[in-house]
Design a binder for this molecule. Structure first.
Ligand code: SF4
Length: 542
């Protein structure tokens, strides 16, 4: 696969390729600079910040400070759905930008940004405005934070900025970190009113693509667990300001939000652990872990009851699909968490993931959090702010006594516990970080997977090579795929994709068998004498 590359590139890419050993995951090079010209899947820091983490907040007004492109291309392309309650506002259908021109690049864009904030406030009267820096903003030295602070004083609403210029870091990942810091500094903890419920949690790192968060929320509600805030799928400003009042944080996408989970634990005493609501078995496991944490017989019984009900409906669908999909193979190259999570759904169907990799995950997402102390931050990521957080003297509250925690841990319970993708992949499966266009083509040629999970940029290339591609960012505009109902949707979708007859028609029949008879040649209607001669086919072409 690497043969084609020049020596320097080969050497670098080789560190991002490995054969897996789940017992002892080998070290992978991840979160390093992309090789120029390689045709990467990656996006930028602005995309990770505005597009992923904060963009889904539906009543925060998002203003992109930059030329028009960044705002236009991020306009409603990520399917983080919102269904505000009556009376709530939804700004997600808008894309607002300062639309910087040559004048602002030369003389600075701060005045234009201040005017845009005032104009947006006059029209929409939002509770909060978030401002996002794009590439030129950092280069010309616009101070968006001062503009936001002055606007906040003038207008009396919460206004804050994110220095998420696209060139920072090496991928979307830096944008997640910057977004976590900003949300924590400017929003979390502003309102101390807790929800009135017995088992209060936050769901962190769930962005409601295709309605996933709604599916998870309704499942948790059935069990009697109350979600105060889902960061950030279908979330309101007011929910973010109160999310520090819960008793537990569960983390779906570790990559994009582990910073927030750690900071909330330090400042407010809220413990966290990793869950996965993609896949039936893992959904059941996650529900049981939440019940164990709350240590309530009532909750545990209810959770078992709900799992039994959901599985009774799901099992026949899964078994039916499995009868056609068993033994097929998948390869997954997606973002920073789905390449791992979706392996569980394929496993439910009897399919094996033979190759997987992330676009922008770090070593801990591959090898597990145990390697965190050994990760060296390189020059490309050193400029991403690490904010220091201390226990809040008034509001820090340990949710469990040391004895309770010791009892939980004695029973095998773990906090802050992401084991990473490689521990769950079989031995000798292929792991590739930041896969390139050429490597995807080669992978198809060598491994011939039955389906590839990837994104829009790869989808049609993969399908032209005769392999179905399931978009695992946008879900091919379907979904939800989370929890039990979502799992049923996914099983049916993959069954349809891998078993459709269309893939058998990609190669023309005579390519494999030259004796396939040709069809009768149609002749032109106004048949002339010339058409009867040897030149007839040429004339027909004209
Ligand atoms: S790389 Fe820069 S110009 Fe491109 S989308 Fe990101 S912020 Fe905008």
């Amino acid at each position: 696969m690497l043969k084609i590359y020049p020596d320097k590139t080969k050497k670098k890419r080789a560190k991002q390729f490995l054969l897996n050993d789940p017992e002892n995951p080998p070290q992978i090079a991840a979160n390093t600079r992309t090789i120029p010209g390689i045709i990467t899947q990656r996006g930028c820091t602005y995309a990770g910040c505005r597009g992923v983490v904060i963009g889904p907040m539906h009543d925060v007004l998002h203003i992109t400070h930059g030329p028009i492109g960044c705002s236009f291309y991020s306009w409603q392309t990520r399917r983080n759905l919102a269904r505000p309650t009556p009376g709530q506002i939804n700004y997600l259908q808008y894309s607002m930008t300062t639309d910087m021109m040559e004048d602002e690049i030369i003389f600075g864009g701060e005045k234009k940004l201040a005017a845009a904030i005032r104009e947006a406030y006059r029209i929409f009267k939002p509770k909060a405005i978030a401002v996002y820096a794009t590439c030129p903003v950092g280069l010309i030295g616009d101070d968006i934070h001062t503009v936001c602070r002055l606007a906040k004083e003038e207008l009396g609403i919460n206004i804050f900025g994110f220095s998420c210029e696209g060139y920072k870091g090496v991928s979307q990942s830096a944008g997640h970190h910057i977004a976590n810091n900003g949300v924590f500094k400017h929003m979390v903890g502003l309102d101390d009113t807790p929800d009135d419920a017995e088992f209060r949690i936050n769901m962190l790192g769930e962005y409601n693509i295709g309605g996933d968060a709604w599916e998870i929320d309704s499942l948790l509600r059935k069990c009697g667990i109350h979600v105060t805030a889902t960061l950030s799928g279908d979330i309101s400003y007011e929910q973010v300001t109160r999310c520090h009042t819960v008793d537990l944080n569960i983390v779906q996408c570790h990559r994009s939000i582990n910073y927030m989970a750690d900071m909330m634990e330090k400042k407010f005493g809220i413990p966290w652990f990793k869950v996965n609501f993609i896949g039936a078995e893992t959904t059941a496991k996650s529900l049981r872990k939440i019940a164990k944490y709350f240590d309530s017989k009532k909750l545990t019984d209810r959770v078992e009851e709900v799992i039994a009900q959901e599985m009774a409906v799901l099992r026949p669908i899964r078994d039916d699909v499995r009868s056609r999909c068993q033994g097929k193979t998948a390869a997954l190259f997606v973002g920073g968490s789905r390449a791992h999570h979706y392996q569980d759904l394929f496993r439910d169907m009897g399919m094996k993931t033979i190759a997987a990799g992330y676009e922008f995950a770090h070593r801990d997402d591959y090898e597990g959090r145990a390697v965190l102390p050994t990760i060296k931050i390189d020059a490309d990521s050193r400029n991403i702010e690490e904010i220091s957080v201390e226990a809040d003297p008034r509001r820090f509250r340990a949710r469990k006594t040391p004895e309770q925690n010791a009892a939980l841990e004695a029973g095998g319970f773990t906090y802050k516990d992401y084991e990473g993708m490689m521990k769950e992949m079989s031995k000798n499966t292929l792991v590739i970080d930041d896969i390139s266009h050429h490597e995807i083509e080669k992978l198809i040629e060598i491994y011939k997977p039955d389906v590839i999970g990837s994104g829009i940029k790869e989808k049609f290339i993969i399908e032209k090579l005769g392999v179905p591609c399931k978009q695992l960012h946008s879900y091919d505009y379907g979904g939800p795929y989370a929890a039990f109902t979502g799992a049923a949707n996914f099983y049916k979708e993959i069954d349809r994709m891998v078993n459709t007859k269309v893939w058998k028609l990609v190669t023309a029949p005579w390519k494999g068998d030259p004796t396939v008879p040709a069809r009768p040649v149609l002749k032109p209607k106004d048949k002339t004498a010339a058409a009867e001669t040897d030149d007839a086919p040429k004339a027909w072409k004209k």
